[in-house]
Design a protein around this ligand. Structure first.
Ligand code: CAO
Length: 532
């Protein structure tokens, strides 16, 4: 026997008048308990409303864009067995990747465990980077373990707020030991979508990018994709690498149809290799030029080889660089700065500062020049947020540091308020921490613009990859003496610094980029310009 029941919006925390952004079912559809019915999006989180029980959808009382609150009727159901006349839907399932942090939304609890750490057992905890109440992002280091052979950081497998820490410094842990619990906006990405959203166990990924050979889904990108739980579940079912799906919903949100189209277009990660084709590029392919599978070569057939695992930092930066390169439409504009006078001034200043122990390279001056240019062209000191630009009224400049473990980007805060020697001193300290593997997450966050200097090494120009969510990066190479002429008749040797500015073409136009470079170069040529 079946009974008609009304399905109502359940308790969705403090949210009211939340728009319906997706309806997953239509009249006549048979649904199971926990199947997602509609998706709601507040300014803080995307929430799916799941079915409280199984049944057949009779009618739908809302349409896209309608605003609903707790208790609003969303649809009616012919439910199997006896039923009350009205039923709230089961608790909502917030999405991990709602645009702003979803920590205010109803949360799930995830236990974080020590991941596979090779043959090591009973390894002491030597550092705990977080405390109860801290908000962490996926991949932030949580604790550091030290075996007799290596120091290993355990990164957060997903974003959340630390609820409890179950270990202390000196405790010995092995694979599977629980280290802390996180209140998350969702069950862990790796957990099946059927896992209850309010309680889940997860294992921290040993590295940021679980892009192990053979695994076609990039878990880091999957976790970052802007999609609700039901769409994530569907992507899992279809083997779709969500990180490569282009969202057609509001603000680029990935909807069901995007995942289905991507899977149909040959983009299903699991299906692609079987079909002898790699997944189509983000956007679902559509042409006949699908990417070929990554070549699998037995290198040993051609000569001796050895296998070296990538460091954790390299894996993290690889995942980030790959995402940034694929997602951001990069253009690089090259220019050059005449730093003849500035170099003289730098040498003179270093003589004067000899006793202080501070040595100034060209980089702190470039940071000052960057701030001047960012103030003049504020859209370079910004981030994209959906279809809006967030302009930042602070100037925190990151610098790429080459370390034995890979590339790191420490950030110097409030460069506008600091003197050149102070910047040089802080840069030296941060670069040392980076090289010693001791940089804390907050020393690498909050940057608004990055400078990547290869000046101490060589090269003339290169194409730096933007450090998302920033929108531009300045690359500089080694200065060299060059003959310059203002009139084509007389020539002078000038110390010339090659500049390579990469910019996000969604935000910045070529003319603005050229102007930025010219201004940056002019400031370096004559720092008095920063006074204006
Ligand atoms: N032209 C000529 N000489 C330069 C120069 C330039 N543009 N920039 C630096 N130099 C000189 C310095 O003056 C210094 O000379 P002395 O030894 O005679 O004093 C020497 O090169 C070494 O400088 P440095 O590299 O130690 O110092 P820095 O402040 O320029 O850079 C840091 C610091 C941390 C950015 C740098 O050490 C580093 O790691 N660079 C690599 C960044 C990187 O990997 N970028 C690529 C990212 S994309 O993969």
């Amino acid at each position: 026997m079946s009974n008609s029941i009304e399905i109502k919006v359940p308790d969705i925390g403090d949210f009211k008048d939340v728009p319906v952004i997706e309806i997953f079912v239509k009249p006549g559809d048979t649904v199971k308990a926990e199947d997602a019915l509609v998706s709601l999006e507040s300014d803080k989180a995307t929430m799916d409303v799941p079915a409280p029980r199984g049944g057949v959808v009779q009618s739908i009382a809302v349409k896209l864009g309608d605003k609903v609150s707790e208790g609003s009727v969303i649809m009616s159901f012919a439910a199997e067995g006896g039923a009350a006349a009205a039923a709230p839907a089961a608790a909502v399932k917030p999405s991990v990747s709602a645009p702003p942090s979803p920590v205010n939304a109803p949360a799930g609890l995830a236990e974080v465990r020590v991941p596979d750490i090779g043959e090591f057992k009973d390894v002491p905890v030597i550092e705990i980077f977080v405390k109860v109440g801290d908000t962490v992002k996926a991949e932030d280091p949580l604790v550091s373990l030290e075996s007799d052979k290596a120091t290993m950081d355990v990164p957060a497998p997903l974003s959340g707020v630390v609820q409890a820490i179950t270990i202390k410094i000196g405790d010995k842990v092995s694979e599977g030991s629980v280290i802390l619990s996180l209140a998350t906006g969702d069950a862990p990405v790796a957990a099946a979508a059927t896992a209850p959203a309010t309680s889940a166990t997860t294992t921290a990924a040993p590295a940021a990018a679980p892009v192990s050979a053979g695994a076609a889904i990039d878990e880091a990108a999957f976790a970052l994709a802007y999609a609700g739980p039901a769409v994530r579940k569907l992507a899992r079912e279809l083997g779709v690498d969500l990180g490569r799906v282009k969202g057609t919903g509001d603000h680029g949100r990935i909807v069901r149809a995007d995942v289905e189209a991507f899977a149909k277009g040959g983009g299903a990660a699991a299906a692609a290799p079987a079909a002898g084709k790699a997944a189509a590029p983000a956007g679902g392919g559509g042409g006949g030029l699908d990417l070929l599978p990554w070549p699998k070569v037995d290198f040993a057939k051609f000569g001796p080889t050895e296998r070296k695992e990538l460091s954790r930092i390299k894996k993290i930066s690889a995942a980030n660089l790959h995402r940034n390169w694929v997602v951001i439409p990069h253009v690089t504009t090259h220019d050059e700065a005449d730093i003849t006078d500035l170099e003289q001034f730098r040498v003179q200043m270093n003589k004067e500062l000899e006793k202080s122990g501070v040595k100034i390279s060209m980089l702190p001056f470039m940071m000052k020049a960057a701030v001047a240019a960012l103030k003049k062209f504020p859209e370079f000191n910004a981030s994209l947020d959906g279809d809006a630009l967030v302009l930042k009224n602070y100037w925190h400049i990151g610098f790429a540091a080459d370390t034995p473990n890979g590339l790191m980007v420490p950030v110097i805060r409030d460069v506008d308020k600091k003197s050149v020697p102070d910047i040089a001193k802080e840069m030296g300290e941060l670069a040392k921490l980076a090289r010693d593997g001791k940089l804390k997450p907050d020393q690498m966050s909050g940057g608004t613009f990055t400078i990547s200097s290869l000046g101490g090494i060589g090269g003339i120009y290169f194409t730096p990859i933007i450090n998302a969510p920033e929108v531009a990066i300045m690359g500089v190479c080694k200065s060299y003496w060059k003959q310059h002429s203002a009139d084509g008749k007389t020539y002078a040797s000038r110390l010339t610094l090659p500049l390579s500015l990469s910019w996000d073409h969604r935000v910045i136009d070529g003319a603005a980029a050229a102007r930025f470079n010219v201004y940056f170069a002019n400031v370096l040529a004559d720092l008095r310009r920063v006074l204006f």
